[in-house]
Design a protein around this ligand. Structure first.
Ligand SMILES: [Zn+2]
Length: 101
């Protein structure tokens, strides 16, 4: 129904990767962050992409939630369950990450 199918082909995003992560990879990285720990590397990768590609997470409607997730994770806190659940649902709904199940 909507024109945007919700699937992301990483190759299609390649030209848009700004020399760092592609947009689809960023979502995959966030997915990892949901259950894993915030490492300085993953945080830097995400931050770098968000700086270079400001429309990225807005496009997925995830911007504020992902920033909140990064902020709490990287302070060493556990992200609130509600936030994690929300993100999990939204990422599932908006992207297809082939190896995530
Ligand atoms: Zn992006």
């Amino acid at each position: 129904m909507s024109e945007y199918s919700g699937s992301v082909d990483p190759r299609a995003e390649d030209s848009d990767s700004h020399g760092g992560l592609g947009c689809a990879e960023v979502i995959a990285e966030v997915w990892t962050l949901l259950d894993g720990e915030c490492t300085p590397e993953s945080r830097a990768r995400l931050q770098q992409h968000l700086d270079a590609c400001p429309g990225c997470l807005k496009h997925y409607g995830l911007e504020e939630r992902i920033k909140a997730l990064i902020a709490s994770k990287c302070r060493g806190e556990k992200a609130p369950d509600a936030l994690r659940e929300r993100l999990r649902l939204e990422i599932r709904r908006t992207t297809i990450i082939r190896d995530m199940r």
